[in-house]
Design a protein around this ligand. Structure first.
Ligand code: FAD
Length: 419
């Protein structure tokens, strides 16, 4: 089958590779190049066990501080955009225990599938991507948040994840670089099996594999629409050309909903902006283990000789500007948790748009009201790197099976998106 994959982020490239492996004739189209979007300089964490959706009942108590505090990691920048408000209302509706637990269950299953697919890829091909498997510590600054984390831990353990609650002293034994932060740790959750890698390098490695194995790549080509005839997608229009195929996979990240809208379809995917800095790591003062500072919602990951520090979640439309105050917060977080961990005069700032669904569960498959041969693979939010390879397998299975199971994002919020 001729399959055209729209988008060369980690999700599109992983999907293209899976489809190529299964014997399809694959074309990848992107308005820029491989890893140019949210997959560029993300948090670098392969968070297979720590998948709790952002939409959580605990958010209600924190909401006033999160929205009003000047240094808040969460921000709402109101736009003249009905989709922003629609998404926001659905997000709040998803902040319920049963939705969060259902999301956690679905995401854990997808993450497990993704881990085995990425492990198989790395076993078969040498990927130059600064991969490490040193585990992860999520730090809690007070007893209340640590107690809530232990409740989530109990749910995740019941679903088979290997995680434990540890004291500040135990956290320090796992990651000695936390020595200066010890007095501010009430407790931590340790997940020994978590990994890290440079997502951009994985994108570049996939691109090389695709090109070496006969896939066609079309870059600097903006996809502006889909040609539908007799209920089937037959081509995509770009600013230079039309590309026809037997099936299409939309993996345009946060821009996927715009393409859906051009077909009169609503996709509950909205950009959730975040930032990162990448610094040259200094010896033992920089962590080896992935660390999340839960209060600041900042993640730290070691990728080779560099330290990636990432965080923030802003509902701000498509704006990709990088305000110095936001980068300043990341620098301050790094200096506070790991003093001396890097050369702070040489950081690389970055901003990216997570393609987020209200309940944190990606949309995978054809839209209930769209052409059956136009499959979406997007909405992976804060876990796109982690989930990309599992999603890719699911898309491949859907293409092999007829008729496709459809997702229906038109139901009352929260939408039952399929994974
Ligand atoms: C600050 C931050 C930290 C993060 N940390 C982590 C982490 O630690 N672990 C994790 O698993 N995930 C993390 N994520 C999430 C992860 O980066 C995303 O979920 C993932 O990159 C989404 O991949 P994607 O391929 O769907 O989208 P993208 O990477 O955005 O790719 C979409 C592609 O579509 C192209 N495109 C868009 N519109 C068009 C068009 N009209 N025509 C042609 N091409 C188009 C773009 O150029 C882009 O290349 C983080 C994200 C951010 C922002």
């Amino acid at each position: 089958m001729r399959v055209c994959v729209l988008g060369a982020g980690i999700v599109g490239l992983a999907t293209a590779w899976q489809l190529l492996q299964e014997g399809h004739d694959v074309t990848v189209v992107d308005r820029a190049g491989a890893g140019a979007g949210a997959s560029g300089a993300n948090g670098a964490q392969l968070s297979y066990a720590y998948v709790q959706p952002l939409a959580d009942p605990g958010i209600w108590a924190q909401l006033p501080r999160l929205l009003l505090a000047k240094d808040s990691p969460l921000a709402l920048r109101p736009q003249w955009d009905v989709d922003q408000w629609r998404w926001g209302i659905r997000f709040l509706a998803a902040c319920r225990t049963e939705v969060s637990q259902r999301g956690t269950t679905q995401l854990l299953a997808l993450a497990a599938e993704s881990r085995s697919a990425f492990d198989a890829l790395r076993a078969a091909h040498h990927l130059d991507c600064d991969f490490s498997a040193t585990g992860k510590l999520v730090l809690y600054a007070d007893e209340r948040s640590f107690a809530a984390a232990r409740r989530q831990l109990a749910l995740q353990q019941s679903l088979g994840t290997q995680q434990t609650a540890v004291s500040a002293a135990e956290a320090l034994a796992i990651e000695p670089a936390l020595q200066h932060h010890r007095s501010r740790i009430a407790g931590a959750i340790h997940t020994p099996g978590e990994c890290a890698a440079d997502c951009y390098k994985v994108c570049q490695a996939l691109l090389r594999l695709l090109q070496a194995n006969g896939a066609r790549t079309v870059f600097s080509a903006n996809v502006s629409g889909v040609v539908v005839r007799a209920g089937r997608a037959v081509a995509v229009e770009t600013d230079t050309d039309a590309i026809d195929a037997d099936a299409f996979v939309v993996a345009l990240g946060s821009a996927s909903s715009r393409l859906a809208r051009s077909l009169g379809l609503y996709l509950p995917v909205y950009p959730l902006k975040g930032y990162s800095i990448t610094l040259p790591a200094s010896g033992t003062a920089a962590p080896r283990v992935n660390v999340t500072d839960a209060a600041r919602k900042v993640v730290f990951a070691r990728i080779g000789q560099r330290l990636r520090v990432a965080g923030m979640a802003e509902l701000a439309g498509d704006d990709l500007s990088i305000p110095s105050a936001r980068i300043g917060s990341l620098v301050a977080a790094a200096q506070s948790v790991f003093p001396g961990c890097a050369d702070f005069s040489r950081y690389e700032p970055w901003a990216g748009l997570r393609p987020a669904t209200p309940d944190g569960v990606p949309v995978i498959g054809p839209h209930a009201r769209g052409p059956a041969n136009l499959l979406f693979n997007t909405g992976h939010g804060a876990l796109g790197f982690t989930l990309a390879f599992g999603s890719a397998r699911r898309v491949a299975r859907m293409l092999a099976a007829q008729p496709h199971a459809r997702f229906s994002p038109v139901a009352p919020a929260p939408a039952p998106c399929s994974v």
